[in-house]
Design a protein around this ligand. Structure first.
Ligand SMILES: NC(=O)c1ccc[n+]([C@@H]2O[C@H](COP(=O)([O-])OP(=O)(O)OC[C@H]3O[C@@H](n4cnc5c(N)ncnc54)[C@H](O)[C@@H]3O)[C@@H](O)[C@H]2O)c1
Length: 308
């Protein structure tokens, strides 16, 4: 594979730090732009010497413009990602996620490819399950709305400047190094059960989610980057539905703690009921095939957490 110059915004975060390592292993030059608000240097310390790290904010256009200069590919992951927090602090989410993405989309004039980490939350409560990419968008939180706005900005600027836009609507990712925000229900349950505390389930637990292992997400990003004919929107999920009750049961069983019964709390505003990806298009165009089952992913995650 050709050596590309890649800018990863949010490269010190959960998805970003895994991605940076895979990009380096593939022989690419990597620059990271991150303000370390939710990300951490610990996540990338082992590769810090091989990466150009810019400590800066995507809200600052002059920084963004400098970082984009001379790169072939931009992978825009930097964002605030907590649905509940976005309801409490909508202005902040607008600034970071919408203005930040506007800055990136605008600064990418000379790049070949811009990959944007969007979210399954843009679909809101779906009318159809599994959810195809052409499903109506119906965001139910400022976070989800900020992702839908980011998508529109990237579509618009890519049509003006001619770069290849890739919008990945990512479902619920889990794996090592995940931050504590909402998306981390798998890791949160594991941590609680390891501390001998029961999982806390918001709502009746019958809501479904589509959990996708971090290594499968990274694989999708790498494929989207290198497949020239890939452009537009792609769902990145496992294509499998799991209820939160089933998830809790699986984690309790794997940890041999079935005596710990889940505790139920009121549903959280902005949460959606069902979320399952239709990955037909990603399979066909990206050759994307999720490899890690939830059972396997949970087992390896438990051993990583237990040994850390
Ligand atoms: N984790 C998931 O389940 C999931 C699902 C769907 C979409 N996504 C999207 O994937 C992307 C990465 O998510 P993640 O789980 O790795 O989150 P994360 O919080 O671990 O990483 C986000 C990174 O962005 C950085 N950042 C935040 N604000 C910034 C700013 N103003 N300027 C520069 N850097 C800033 C943070 O410091 C952090 O390193 C996000 O865009 C998120 O919306 C994640």
């Amino acid at each position: 594979m050709e050596c590309l110059r890649v800018l990863v915004t949010g490269g010190a975060g959960f998805i970003g730090s895994h991605l940076v390592k895979v990009l380096l292993r593939a022989g690419h030059f990597v620059r990271v732009l991150d303000n370390f608000s939710t990300g951490s240097m610990d996540n990338i310390v082992d590769v810090a010497r091989d990466v150009e790290i810019v400590v800066g904010d995507v809200r600052d256009y002059s920084v963004v413009e400098k970082c984009v200069r001379g790169v072939d590919v931009v992978i825009h992951l930097a964002a605030l990602i907590d649905v509940a927090e976005s309801i409490e602090r909508p202005d902040l989410y607008f600034e970071v996620n919408v203005i930040g993405t506007h800055n990136i989309a605008k600064a990418c004039r000379g790049v070949n490819v811009l990959i944007f980490a969007s979210s399954s939350s843009v679909y809101g409560d779906p009318l159809k399950i599994p959810i195809p990419e052409d499903h109506l968008l119906s965001p139910r939180s400022p976070y989800a709305a900020s992702k839908a706005a980011g998508e529109a900005l990237i579509q618009a600027f890519s049509s003006i400047y001619g770069y290849r836009p890739i919008i990945l609507r990512i479902f619920n990712v889990y794996g090592p190094k995940q931050s504590r925000a909402y998306a981390g229900v798998v890791i949160e349950f594991i941590r609680r059960v390891l501390r001998r505390e029961p999982p806390i389930i918001y709502g009746d637990g019958e809501q479904t989610r589509d959990f996708i292992h971090i290594s499968d997400v990274i694989d999708a990003i790498m494929k989207a980057m290198s497949i020239e004919r890939a452009r537009g929107v792609f769902n990145i999920g496992s294509g499998k539905a799991v209820t939160i009750n089933q998830l809790a049961k699986l984690i309790l069983k794997t940890l041999n703690r079935e005596d710990l019964k889940p505790v139920y709390a009121p549903p959280r505003p902005g949460d959606i009921k069902h979320s399952i990806a239709d990955i037909t298009k990603s399979r066909k165009i990206l050759g994307f095939e999720p490899k890690i089952s939830l059972e396997e992913g949970i087992k390896t995650l438990i051993s990583v957490i237990a040994n850390s």
